[in-house]
Design a protein around this ligand. Structure first.
Ligand code: F6R
Length: 233
């Protein structure tokens, strides 16, 4: 595991961007993407860059259940606003939050199998989640319906008019789906992520801290700002 610490989220995001550029120059064709505040700067840098994504495929980690694609709080909407509208890809795969659970999750796994992810971008929850795989999720999990923890609902309510509007369930790629990516870039910024980052990188590998499984993956780059790295030994 390679750990990169930059002074600011902006510098860290630029570093992540250069990693993606390098991988694309080496032939990467499939990017796994995350939503949330962590990758927003990276997506801005991608939008403003001269990189051409028209030959690329993207696969997103997760989507809220019950929200339509045109709902401004959906991850479909987020991705179009922050990246896809400015940088068209050949194909964007996102889970459909309105679709039938069994069919949608099985179909998504087929999509991942047919389009192996070259580089997966991840954020991390304050409880150590990756994707929407909350603590306790099996390391063997594949794409499935998940229940969000109250701490996740509390973190994400900033995007909604009211806490009660935050969906309680989502579809998420599972831990195994994420681990099948050839390379993984985990980004974390801010002091509120410091404890989760320390546990994920230096603590025991346990389903109680989903991101700790990344210690077992061969090609993980962790890109932190100083605040998120402050508890590392
Ligand atoms: C979002 C996702 C989540 C977020 C995590 C951190 O697609 O998969 O795991 O990466 O909740 O969210 P932010 O970046 O908003 O702190």
């Amino acid at each position: 595991m390679e750990i990169i610490i930059k002074a600011t989220p902006e510098e860290a995001s630029r570093y992540a961007f250069e990693k993606i550029r390098e991988e694309m120059e080496r032939g990467a064709k499939v990017l796994g993407l995350a939503t949330g505040s962590t990758p927003e700067r990276l997506y801005r840098i991608m939008r403003e860059s001269d990189l051409d994504f028209s030959g690329m495929t993207s696969i997103n980690l997760d989507e809220y259940m019950g929200l339509s694609e045109d709902n401004p709080q959906s991850y479909h909407y987020f991705m179009h606003k922050h990246l896809f509208d400015a940088k068209p890809f050949k194909k964007n795969y996102l889970l459909d939050g309105l679709a039938d659970e069994t069919e949608e999750c099985a179909q998504f796994e087929e999509i991942i199998a047919a389009n192996p992810i070259d580089v997966q971008i991840l954020g991390i929850g304050t409880n150590g989640h990756i994707g929407f795989n909350e603590p306790g999720t099996s390391f063997d999990s594949r794409t499935q319906k998940v229940a969000l923890w109250q701490s996740t609902i509390d973190s994400n309510k900033r995007y909604f008019a009211d806490e009660k509007d935050v969906p309680r369930f989502a579809y998420s790629m599972g831990i195994q789906s994420i681990l099948s990516s050839r390379k993984i870039i985990l980004m974390a910024f801010g002091k509120e992520k410091a404890a989760a980052v320390k546990a994920a990188l230096e603590g025991p590998i346990t389903e109680d801290l989903p991101a700790s499984i990344l210690q077992t993956h061969k090609h993980v780059t962790v890109i932190l700002d100083e605040a998120a790295a402050q508890m590392l030994s």
